[in-house]
Design a protein around this ligand. Structure first.
Ligand code: GLN
Length: 264
């Protein structure tokens, strides 16, 4: 009887060990990436405070989130700075593991790539010269609008106001230059880069009216399901631990957010 009890106990211990080893193996299983041991991200480092060039490298909210993901997955981070419009194609064709670029999750983009859980909210806003008569999005009818090519601002403006009224610039900074030079009457762009551009330029303001509200997420190739699951896990951890908020606070001051809330 005692012998039977002992062998049952031994069998139970063995089973527990096998189970926990499987669980451990599942958790630590390395995700497959384009380059072994490396997380290749595609971004467009012209979009402060999400991504911008700093010295010889890159900084910003997305760059830090990508760094935290790479660290959690035991990978080395490699930043590829490319045109915004080539990010999805590059991810889809397996050139990069992920695209992280203040990228809005849209139904159309979901036809080509998968998106992670949302990690931030973006708002399309309108930048005008301080003395402009444009007050709301309705006033954009028939006006010359500057946008950053291939962005949602570009897509919405072409749809709402006609391609012939939209001038596409390579990045937000160039669109703002176009506004200063009087080539366009306004620039439609995401709110955080808009704030950076307006703060750095005399005579411009952001209208106190929101054009479109959107969700930022990371794009991943459709077939990389293991990577998608791993990234969603890391995003959840970063949210729950408060680390994501810490990263955001480093680049967007809490005071500014409170000011925004007050003015609503
Ligand atoms: N959120 C916008 C988009 O996804 C702009 C992103 C960007 O310019 N980096 O199209």
């Amino acid at each position: 009887m005692k012998k039977t009890f002992l062998s049952i106990l031994a069998a139970l211990i063995c089973m527990t060990m096998v189970f926990s080893m499987t669980a451990f193996a599942a958790e630590a299983a390395p995700v497959s990436t384009v380059e072994e041991g490396v997380l290749n991200i595609a971004t467009n480092a012209e979009f402060p405070p999400y991504e911008f060039k700093e010295g010889d490298g890159f900084a910003g909210i997305d760059i830090e989130i990508a760094g935290a993901i790479a660290e959690a997955l035991g990978l080395e981070l490699k930043v590829n700075d490319v045109e915004f419009g080539s990010i999805i194609g590059g991810v889809q064709s397996g050139k990069y593991d992920i695209g992280i670029a203040g990228m809005t999750k849209t139904e159309e983009r979901l036809q080509s790539v998968n998106f992670s859980e949302t990690y931030a909210i973006g708002v399309q806003v309108i930048i005008v010269k301080e003395d402009s008569d444009i007050q709301t999005a309705d006033d954009l009818v028939g006006r010359k609008i500057g946008v950053q090519q291939d962005t949602t601002g570009d897509i919405y403006c072409c749809g709402d106001f006609g391609d012939e009224n939209v001038t596409e610039y390579r990045n937000g900074a160039e669109a703002v230059q176009g506004l200063i030079a009087g080539k366009v009457d306004c620039v439609v762009i995401d709110n955080e880069p808009a704030k950076s551009y307006v703060a750095a330029t005399e005579g411009l303001k952001i209208l106190d009216t929101e054009y479109v509200t959107e969700e930022y997420a990371i794009c991943i190739a459709k077939e990389s399901e293991d990577l998608l699951a791993a990234i969603n896990g890391v995003i959840k951890d970063l949210q729950e631990s408060g680390k994501l908020q810490e990263i955001v606070d480093k680049y967007i001051s809490a005071g500014e957010e409170a000011e925004e809330e007050e003015s609503k």
